[in-house]
Design a protein around this ligand. Structure first.
Ligand code: NAI
Length: 288
């Protein structure tokens, strides 16, 4: 398969990342299918996409005709049978069993050449591929949040990934206007491995009562970071961030430097998942 053969991209999971990835694909001219099991999430994804495109039109970055065409290119669906595409990008919750199950379901109804890309932040691509039909076409395509804006995409090659699949995904990332970096398969790949300490140490400071989360954020912002760790966790999703830390803690054989925070776990248990639930470390009353 070459880049020219890719007409349709299916995105699985319409949450924080899936919505942005689908919008990006449609903005880049691909017929896009966005699927989720949760109707409320799908509705929210559609509203977010419409609002985001309207903003781009208001700023003069796209014409009103383009705004309509981009939206027309996206099908928002709860019907798994509609997921027929040359490339499938999964952005479901960070759980291996869920990723295996949905990727196999989609593999069965697509051609053996369909590429199965995962947006996982921390789960090994090799382990995802091992239980999916055709592991050579399973690859990591790790976008950053917000996917429409952040330039970096890590393209991760698992032990079984065919080199031409990795190469094609690099070309696709370029076609989506991104800066791809190829990484070999390692827990957390490159960025999340380095960034883990930003979150883990900040949570430790909070637990040790060294400073409040607001102070830590203000301080790190003043030192040059665009966002503080707690603002970022709220943007990413406190639950997703916690799952990523937990997966890396296990993958590194419980290395204490990746130990997940009890404080963060409590927020997850309470449903305080950040912007997407209206409350995380901060409150977002209008985004409920
Ligand atoms: P999210 O919690 O916002 O969205 C996940 C979505 O998956 C939910 O809408 C849920 O309904 C859906 N889902 C669950 N099971 C499903 C199934 N069987 N079929 C279809 N949909 C299903 O999560 P988020 O943050 O978008 O993360 C998704 C993936 O992207 C995870 O693997 C995460 O590690 C990764 N990621 C997250 C980033 C972030 O900043 N949030 C950044 C880069 C990667």
């Amino acid at each position: 398969m070459t880049l020219q053969d890719i007409e349709t991209i299916a995105v699985i999971g319409a949450g924080t990342m899936g919505q942005g990835i689908a919008q990006l694909c449609a903005q880049s001219g691909f017929t896009t299918i966005l699927y989720d099991i949760n109707a409320t999430v799908l509705e929210k994804a559609e509203t977010t996409t419409m609002a985001s495109l309207a903003k781009l039109a208001d700023k003069g970055k796209i014409s009103s005709q383009e705004q309509e065409e981009i939206l027309d290119r996206i099908t928002f669906t709860k019907d798994v049978l509609q997921l027929r595409a040359e490339v499938v990008i999964e952005a479901v919750v960070e759980r291996l069993d869920v990723k295996h199950s949905i990727l196999n379901e989609v593999a069965q109804q697509n051609k053996p050449s369909t590429i199965l890309a995962s947006n996982t932040s921390s789960l090994p691509i090799t382990r995802i591929a091992a239980k999916v039909q055709g592991p050579e076409r399973v690859v990591g395509l790790h976008f950053f949040n917000p996917a429409t804006i952040m330039k970096l995409v890590e393209v991760i090659s698992g032990a079984a990934t065919a080199p031409e699949v990795t190469q094609l995904m690099k070309e696709l990332a370029l076609r989506l206007g991104k800066t791809p970096v190829i990484a070999q398969d390692a827990p957390g790949f490159i960025v999340n491995r380095v960034a883990r300490h930003f979150y883990v140490e900040s949570l430790k400071l909070l637990e040790e009562n060294v400073a409040s989360h607001e102070s830590i954020d203000r301080l790190l912002q003043a030192s040059g970071f665009k966002m503080g760790p707690f603002q970022l966790m709220d943007l990413i999703g406190v639950d997703t961030n916690f799952s990523v830390t937990s997966a890396m803690f296990e993958a590194f054989h419980q290395d204490p430097k990746f130990r997940p925070s009890r404080w963060q776990q409590q927020k997850v248990d309470a449903g305080h998942h950040g912007r997407k639930t209206g409350r995380g470390f901060y409150e977002y009353p209008t985004q409920k």
